[in-house]
Each structure stands twice: as structure tokens, then as C-alpha cells.
Design a protein around this ligand. Sequence first.
Ligand SMILES: Cc1cc2nc3c(=O)[nH]c(=O)nc-3n(C[C@H](O)[C@H](O)[C@H](O)COP(=O)(O)OP(=O)(O)OC[C@H]3O[C@@H](n4cnc5c(N)ncnc54)[C@H](O)[C@@H]3O)c2cc1C
Length: 186
Amino acid sequence: MRAVAVDPQARIARAQGGATWADLDGATQAYGLATPGGAVSTTGVAGLTLGGGIGHLRRKYGLSCDNLVGAEVVLASGEVVLSSAIENPDLLWGLRGGGGNFGVVTTFEFALHPVGPEILMLMVMYPVEQLATVMPAWRDFMVTAPDELSCNGFLTSRPCDSRTTPHENGTLVLTAGIKVEASVVP
Ligand SMILES: Cc1cc2nc3c(=O)[nH]c(=O)nc-3n(C[C@H](O)[C@H](O)[C@H](O)COP(=O)(O)OP(=O)(O)OC[C@H]3O[C@@H](n4cnc5c(N)ncnc54)[C@H](O)[C@@H]3O)c2cc1C
């Protein structure tokens, strides 16, 4: 149950309960549309959405659950019900981040937004000794950064590969992963 149907005019996507984000993004990007997902394509649409869903589009379009506009659900009784803003709206409210205990969701219906298909991604590494300088500068930069830009910072060991010298292998670095919609690049 991984099928995805896209209505580009209504800007709605319907994903079956077993779809991954690769399934959903692949179908919507054919129209230059997207709904906020997570950071990794192999995660399931279901668990991520029912738990909230924080991803690259969060600053501009919110969480995955914010964009859930409808669902088909099999209740514990076996009854199949639809939920939307007008039909069983309390169930939709629960599904939007309330976890997986309201029933089995067989179809997720998402609002879509114009995104891509071209986006930019950049990863910058700083020596961990610069932490006290970089973190406040990053914080100040993000206060006025456009919503199209999302940025994650994390402490990690520098990978050992051909781009690093033996001295640098495995050293602790502060990494900033930055994703930008091409439309906002000057
Ligand atoms: C590699 C990786 C990267 C991640 N990145 C992010 C990220 O960027 N942002 C983020 O917010 N989270 C992220 N997560 C966390 C992710 O949101 C959760 O692990 C989520 O539960 C994954 O959903 P799933 O459907 O793949 O998992 P599953 O383990 O299949 O399901 C999780 C829960 O949802 C229930 N469930 C599954 N399908 C349905 C259904 N159709 N109807 C009702 N209940 C159902 C299950 O019973 C279970 O309780 C990441 C996880 C991994 C492993």
C-alpha cells in the first residue's frame, strides 16, 4: 500500500498508509510540489506524520501533521471512516501529531506547496574550537534568514575519507547543514 495520487490543480496528494517519503516526494516533485516530510526518504509517511514530522520545509510550511488535511482510517471496531475538517474533525485533530493509537490510517491526504524541483544543499564544517563564535553568529543569522532556508547544526566526528588529512580524521567538528529553495538565492 505505497501508491500516491497527486491532484496538482487542487494541490492535494493522497498517499497510502505504507508509503515512504521517497514515494510521496517522487510523485509530488513531478509537478514541482511538496508537503513537509522528514530528512530521510526511507522513513514512513505514516509514523512520521502521526508523530508530528519535522523536516526541511518546517520554517515555511510547518510540520507534516500541520499539512494533513484528511485521512481514511480503520478503527479498532473494523469500521472504515473518513476524517477531514468537515467529516469526523475530532479524529483528524487527533491524527495531526497525536501518535498511532486512533486506528490504522490507510490513506493520508496532504496539502501541497510549490517547492523545487531545484533546491540547494550545503554542508559547512567548523573546527570545534570555534563553537563559541559560530553558534551565536548562526543564531543571529537565523533570526532574519528567509523562511525558505532551513539549517541544522550538530556536533560530529569528521569523516575519514580522501578529503581529510590523517591529522583531521575523526576530529570533532561543528557541522551546519543548510537547505535553501533555489528561488531565494540572490
Ligand atoms: C533514519 C531516520 C530518520 C528520521 N528523520 C526524521 C526527521 O527528519 N523528522 C522527523 O520528524 N522524524 C524523523 N525520524 C523519526 C520518525 O518520524 C519515526 O521513526 C517514525 O515513527 C517513522 O515512521 P515509520 O512509519 O517509518 O515507522 P513505524 O515504526 O512503521 O511506525 C511508527 C509508529 O506509527 C504507527 N504506524 C505506522 N503506520 C501506521 C498507519 N498506517 N496507521 C497508524 N499507525 C501507524 C506504528 O504502529 C508505530 O507505532 C527519523 C527516523 C529514522 C529511522
